[in-house]
Design a protein around this ligand. Structure first.
Ligand SMILES: NC(=O)C1=CN([C@@H]2O[C@H](COP(=O)(O)OP(=O)(O)OC[C@H]3O[C@@H](n4cnc5c(N)ncnc54)[C@H](O)[C@@H]3O)[C@@H](O)[C@H]2O)C=CC1
Ligand SMILES: O=C([O-])CC(=O)C(=O)O
Length: 324
């Protein structure tokens, strides 16, 4: 049975994510950590009659206690976008939060799997890798990009209502912001029959799906419910993988997790990047394998990968050169 800590538990993502994790089989313990409001959220969630034990921890003085004997740490702590902001505009505040939380993880549960939801994911995952130092295990670090493929399959259904959105798999690689998000519609399964115009419009909508929500929420934040769904899906796969039921998910991961598997994506356009969103086969120890694509992407997609890689390099450098 698995123990999960959610840092940022009382937030817009934290709350619905906890609801879904409380319903996820295989999670024995949920530790909720935040700097505000967490007692109420925890007490509420704890009344749901599944067997998962819920405990809360509030404020920095309880952070180490929150991380004791934890297998998976999910981080959604930090600020969210308002209209007119890019994810990169969140960097200064969120980088310092992630830095501090990772220092605590390195001391209290250095072997834990770490899933980063907080934006900008492209820059914060590299910060976590740096701060972990000698405890860094590239097979156990994930930037959560699941929402991009969740959106991709739903947006396809918006223009092809005969397709079952829950069955459609669209690979999305690269990173998690604007141009760095590279949906590979040509490799969707089942296969799609889309015009060049459909593809261009869908790719743009997937790349800027986050902005659609930020705009609609008019200053009250960004994706929370769809994000909670996406993160719960990713964590459920990880929990299954711990039991030996191998799962493939997409995440922004250190390519060092599987240097051999990474070669395929380096040739495809990731070049010398240290982090890239790729399909990962999850196993009991985390990333077992970086899985090559089923076929060569289209020319349009290969160009998008090149554009993504350039922008991603800047985002990664911003993270690796960050000092708190
Ligand atoms: N990876 C992805 O696909 C997505 C990422 N996000 C990102 O997730 C993050 C969280 O979003 P929301 O939950 O909507 O924000 P929110 O503002 O509703 O919640 C954030 C929570 O973090 C807590 N917090 C702040 N500083 C903390 C600290 N030092 N330690 C512990 N907790 C702390 C706050 O008290 C708050 O409860 C944002 O950075 C957002 O951009 C949002 C949607 C999708
Ligand atoms: O757009 C945002 O700021 C939140 C996010 O990452 C997303 O919804 O994909």
């Amino acid at each position: 049975m698995v123990s999960v800590a959610v840092l940022g538990a009382a937030g817009g993502i934290g709350q619905p994510l906890l609801l879904l994790l409380k319903l996820t089989p295989g999670i024995a313990r949920l530790n909720l950590y935040d700097i505000v409001n967490v007692p109420g959220v925890a007490t509420d969630i704890a009344h749901i009659n599944t067997n998962t034990k819920v405990e809360y921890f509030i404020g920095q003085s309880q952070l180490h206690a929150a991380l004791q004997n934890i297998d998976i740490v999910v981080i959604s702590a930090g600020i969210a976008r308002k209209p007119g902001m890019t994810r990169d505009d969140l960097f200064n505040i969120n980088a310092s939060i992630i830095y501090e939380l990772t220092e605590a993880i390195a001391k209290s549960c250095p072997q834990a799997h770490i899933a980063i939801i907080t934006n900008p994911v492209n820059s914060l995952v590299p910060i976590v890798a740096q701060v972990l130092g000698k405890n860094y295990n590239p097979q156990r670090l994930y930037g959560v990009t699941t929402l991009d493929s969740v959106r991709a399959s739903r947006f396809v259904r918006d223009i092809r209502p005969q397709i079952d959105a829950t069955e459609l798999q669209v690979p999305v690689i690269g990173g998690h912001s604007g141009n760095t998000i590279v949906p590979l519609l040509s490799l969707a399964r089942p296969k799609l029959d889309l015009s060049a115009k459909d593809i261009e419009e869908l790719v743009n909508r997937i790349q800027y799906g986050g902005d659609e929500i930020v705009k609609a929420k008019e200053g009250a934040g960004s994706a929370t419910l769809s994000m909670a769904y996406a993160a719960a899906k990713f964590i459920a796969s990880l929990v299954e993988a711990f039991k030996g039921i191998s799962k493939v998910e997409y995440a922004l991961v250190p390519l060092a997790a599987d240097p051999q598997g990474a070669q395929y994506f380096r040739r495809l356009g990731a070049g010398t990047l240290e982090f890239f969103a790729v399909p990962i086969q999850l196993g009991p120890d985390g990333i077992q394998r970086i899985v090559p694509l089923e076929a060569q992407p289209s020319l349009f997609e290969l160009k998008a990968i090149d554009i993504a890689a350039r922008e991603l390099q800047d985002n990664i450098t911003k993270g690796t050169t960050y000092k708190s």
